[in-house]
Write a protein that binds this ligand. Sequence first.
Ligand code: SAH
Length: 215
Amino acid sequence: MSGPDAQTKMQFLFALRSKGVTDARVLNAMEEIDRGPFVRGIFADRAYEDMPLPIACGQTISQPSVVGIMTQALQVNPRDKVLEVGTGSGYQAAILSKLARRVYTVERHARLVREAQEIFQALQLVNITTMTADGSFGLPDQAPFDRIIVTAAAEDPPGPLLAQLKIGGIMVVPVGQSDAVQTLIRVRRSESGFDYDEIRPVRFVPLLEGLGKDG
Ligand code: SAH
């Protein structure tokens, strides 16, 4: 894994900044984690473009600037325990691992989990725990979480995930009725309930029920 050359890396970071990723910790984490290994096959040479790209099982690795904006909106602290629903390539989880104490990431396709795990091991990202499961139920055994990030779109924030968010916790999730356009929202849990704010329009693959059939 040689990583991008200096100019490619500079362009990658410039694109992030110009699209609103300004948080220094987030930018550092994104500079540290090479997107290359997470993009396999014929699209590998486009890993440093600010574009979503196809990965196995008909899924996508998110656009880097969207990863940056979501990570920034999550306001992760170094002591936080974070849950990600939708491991996909593992790229988002790898970035979170640089910012949080521990990251649990759940994916319904076993193959994607295996491939992501291989990369985490190669990069020695030892604070990530992967799980093949339907993440809309969260991880009751590990709850509650300081932060929850969902990288697939639901009609509404799933109830079990809201229930597994700590008081003072933050969840970032794309919500919407259609596949074409959704809204990225941030949910904050306080003593008295949940506050919601809209971050921006986004487009994600849908949050599906049950396990994927690829094995
Ligand atoms: N965070 C990923 C992008 C993921 S794309 C990355 O950095 O590459 C969304 C992922 O969510 C897909 O891999 C899809 O299989 C997964 N997914 C959809 N519904 C799910 C569910 N109910 N539980 C767990 N994963 C789910």
